[in-house]
Every structure is written in C-alpha cells, then in structure tokens.
Design a protein around this ligand. Structure first.
Ligand code: KIV
Ligand code: ZN
Length: 517
C-alpha cells in the first residue's frame, strides 16, 4: 500500500462533537483530549470554532501551541472576521489549517443566509483566498452539500479549489444521504473538479448511516474522513471515529486502505471523552461499548473459549481493551504513582495537577485495596475536569439513617472564597445536591441521574452522570442542558461531584455565544 491508500482521520470531537447538547468542555479538558487524540494518531484535530466565543478561541490557541503531531484546524465561516480569528487561533500550530464553509443548498441560501447563489459563490472564493493569505493548508466545505444542486456544488468546489483550497469536504450536514447516492455525488464532483486536492467526507448520523456513508465516500475516492470519538456531535452525532477506523482496519483487505491510527489507544480515548463530556457510551455501542466483546449465549461462549475468532471479528486487545491491570495500592508512593500516570499518557500534568491527583489517589487507596489503571485514569480525569471549573468541591459531609432526616454539608472553593452550605433532602444524594445548589446559587432541574461503576467489585468506583436543565423553552428562556460526571468509591460524593460539574457547565453554556455551525 502507498500513501494514496491512507485515509486521513480528521477528528472533530472538539468542534462538532462539542456542539452536542449539554457538552461544554473547559480549556484544560480540551487540551487533554487533543493530547490523547495526538497519541491516538489522528491526522487532523479540528480544535474548535474560534469566532464562537473568547473561551473557544483561547482553547484553540492552547491546543495549537502545545499539541504536536497532527494538523490543528480552526473552523471559520467565509467572512473575513471569522477567518482572521481562526488564523490567529491556529497560528502557533506546527501545521495550521483553516477550515472554512458556507451553505449551498437552496433552503440554507434562501432562509438562513438570504444570499443568491452568485453571492454565495463569490463569498466562498473570497473566504478561501483570505484563508490562503494566512496559511497554506485550507479546507473548504459546502454546508448541506447533499441537499444542494450538484451542478452548483461542482461550480463552487471548482472555484474554491482554483482559489487555493487544498482539501474539499463534502458534508452530509443533516444526515440525509443514502450511501449509494452519496458515493455517486462524490464521484460526480471528483470528475467535475479537475484539481489535485484531497476529497473529504463529513457525515451525520440522523438516519444511522454516518459510517456507511463515510465508507461509501471513501470507496468513491475520499481520502479524508471527518469523525468524532464515540460518534458524538450535533443531533444524532457524527461518524464515529472508532467504528470507521476499525471497519477500515478489519476490512482493509478488501478495500486496500488503511489509517494512521494506533488502534490500541481507542478504548482509552473513548473513556476520556466520555468522562469529560459526561456522555456515557451505550453498552451495545460498536467497538467501545461495555458489551462490544461480551458473549452471552452459551453456544457463543463455548465457541469463543475454543477459538476466539468463531464469534469475534476483532481482537479486543487491538482496541485497547486488555482488561484492567492492577497498578497501585495503599503502599504505593509518589514515585510509583507518577510512573503509572506517565504510562497512562498523563505525563504532561502540571505539578499542581499531580499533587491533587496524588491526594485523591491516597484517599482512594484508603478505601480500595487494588487500584487498577482504569480507576487511576478515572480519578485523574475527574480531577482535571473539576480543576479549571468556577466552583470546586473541597469536602462533603453527610448524615442520615432511618431515624433522622438526611443532611449534607458541602464546602466549595469559588475563586479566593470558601463557601459552606448545608441542606436537608429526601435522601443523602438529594441533600448533597441541595447543599451545592445553595452554595453555588445555580438553580436548575435535575433531568436525569445514572449510576454505574468504573470497574467490578464491591469496592468499585461509583460513576455518576447527572443532567441538569434550566429554562422553560419560551422565547426569553431557552432550555439549556448540561451533563456532569463524577467518580468516587462513595456514591454520594460521586453524585455531588457530578452535580457540581453539571452546574459549572451550565454557567459556561449560558456564557457561550450561540454562534455555532
Ligand atoms: O455538518 C456540517 O456541515 C459541518 C460543517 C461545518 C463542515 O459541521
Ligand atoms: Zn457537522
């Protein structure tokens, strides 16, 4: 196989993925995910949409300045101010890219942009030219391409390629395409645009066809595929990174293609994104779901015991699911702890982060005899998630039982201020959440509450996910949802951490501009 057989993986977890309802990652969380994406071996990281907010621009800048290996892309509409903002944000990247787009479907041009096709064409060319004046690597997308007039699409792609776009991306923005027609459209465009560019596909999962459409696009000549970890993204999500990568790896024999991804980093990447976004992975999710390699029927179990490949088309080891290893215990010192962190890919943590994570580890080691790599990863990620937040949990005390009302007292750090609050509740978790609500002053409804465990066993870390919401959906009060996740051996503490994390996200979401693609 040569270079033309390599399908580039363009990861948009931090941009399209972060546009999923309720997700709002802080700068530190974004950098941590970007670093893991680099370890995973993706070719391009779309780090964000810098014009969307100051925070978004800062996160893209931080990723561009620190993450080495992949191309770092910033998204921009074709307007000059968007493009200049994106150029500034990716400026310090080793290999910067500007990804610019404009909608080309009749409905988007008329109802959203209020522009004629001729105006759209001119704006697209102007945008690409401006992007090229900043960087040599420019990607151009026709938003809602699959509902656009193919002849007009061809005209826009021809003109933008002539203006200097080096990658042309075909988005199925609303997840409308069927695989055969998507492939036919790409073939038609490749024939119509006689330029040496990389063709890319960007598919959404509204009909559950994102991966199938991306594969059809690759079959039709695309050599870049835009994906998100765990398939997160707008509405039903984006093409899932792990699914397309493993489809290419498992069936590359018939397709004659490959990717640069280190597949053994997939499970860890999936866990990290799930923890930091608060989006749990469904158990039956392909590749990374808890049941993806579980065999229930006796006949299957027997078959796998005799010969794994009777019912397994992939080796779980190849996606990084070797099972948990015991790495540390109560007597492990700081040195062993730091070494274990480095092995887990957390070698870049600041001294302060290491200190906090070590304290958390010591507290955990008092309650749990064997601490596995997955436990360690969970507490470190939990610490990272809480650290850069507005409110931080210092401590929680709860009391209750059959003869007294459950009561909780929390101590939070808010900037330089320490806040203590107490509340009585229907149960200890309710009391803990009530105390946090008082301490933060953030009023929100609890929409969902889920508990699972990080690993097995009676002393397993509890893993709580909470969704909070505000607003009633009226014009002046839009509904906002935020997801938070927390882990601890004590499920009340895990719930308190999850609640606080969701509350912190709600404040960020409210502050974030709603200028999203
Ligand atoms: O879905 C879409 O059209 C997008 C573009 C900005 C590429 O996300
Ligand atoms: Zn998209």
């Amino acid at each position: 196989m040569d270079e033309s057989d390599v399908v580039r993986i363009f990861d948009t977890t931090l941009r399209d993925g972060e546009q999923s309802p309720g997700i709002s990652l802080n700068l530190k969380e974004k950098v941590e995910i970007a670093e893991q994406l680099a370890r995973l071996g993706v070719d391009v990281i779309e780090a964000g949409f810098p014009i969307a907010s100051e925070g978004e621009a800062e996160a893209v800048k931080a990723i561009a300045a620190t993450v080495r290996g992949p191309v770092v892309a910033g998204l921009a509409r074709v307007d000059a101010v968007d493009i200049d903002r994106a150029a500034e944000a990716v400026g310090r990247a080793e290999r910067p890219r500007i990804h610019t787009f404009i909608a080309t479907s009749e409905i988007h041009m008329r109802a959203k942009l209020r522009m004629t096709p001729a105006e759209v064409l001119a704006a697209a060319v102007g945008g690409v030219e401006r992007a090229r004046s900043h960087v040599g690597d420019v990607e151009f997308s026709c938003e809602d391409a699959t509902r656009s007039d193919p002849e007009f699409l061809a005209e826009v792609y021809r003109a933008t390629a002539a203006a200097g776009a080096t990658t042309l991306n075909l988005p199925d923005t609303v997840g409308y395409a069927l695989p055969d027609e998507f492939a036919a459209l790409l073939r038609f465009l490749r024939e119509s645009v006689d330029r040496d560019v990389v063709w890319s596909v960007h598919t959404h999962d509204d009909l559950g066809l994102a991966v199938a459409n991306a594969l059809a696009g690759i079959e039709a000549g695309a050599r870049q595929v835009e994906v998100a970890v765990n398939g997160i993204g707008e509405r039903a999500g984006n093409c899932s990174l792990e699914e397309i990568v493993m489809a290419i790896r498992t069936r590359g024999d018939v397709r004659g293609i490959r990717t640069n991804v280190q597949s053994r980093e997939i499970a860890r990447t999936s866990r990290l994104v799930s923890m930091l976004t608060g989006y749990a992975v469904p158990p039956n999710k392909a590749i990374v779901g808890a049941n993806a390699f579980a065999h229930e029927a006796g006949i299957h179990q027997h078959g796998v015991m005799v010969e794994r490949t009777t019912y397994e088309i992939m080796d779980p080891v190849d996606v990084g699911l070797e099972g948990s290893r015991i790495v540390l215990g109560k007597h492990s010192g700081r040195h062993a702890f730091v070494k274990a962190l480095e092995e887990l890919g957390f070698g870049n943590l600041s001294a302060d982060d290491v200190e906090r994570a070590f304290e958390r580890f010591k507290a955990l080691a008092d309650r749990k005899i064997r601490i596995t790599d997955v436990d360690l990863e969970a507490i470190v990620v939990d610490e990272i998630a809480q650290d850069a937040d507005e409110f931080e949990l210092i401590s929680i005390q709860v009391a209750g039982g059959t003869h007294m009302s459950p009561t909780a007292t929390v101590r939070l750090q808010h900037g330089d201020e320490v806040i203590d609050e107490s509340a009585i509740g229907d149960g200890m978790i309710d009391a803990a959440c009530g105390a946090i609500q008082r301490a933060t002053g953030i009023e929100a409804r609890l929409e969902s509450f889920t508990v699972s465990s990080v690993t097995g066993g009676i002393d397993a870390l509890g893993d709580v996910t909470i969704v909070l919401a505000t607003g009633d959906g009226s014009g002046s009060s839009p509904i906002r949802r935020a997801t938070g996740r927390g882990v601890s051996t004590d499920v009340v503490e895990a719930a308190a951490r999850a609640y606080l994390s969701a509350a912190n996200r709600l404040t960020r979401l409210t502050a974030r501009d709603q200028v999203v693609a």
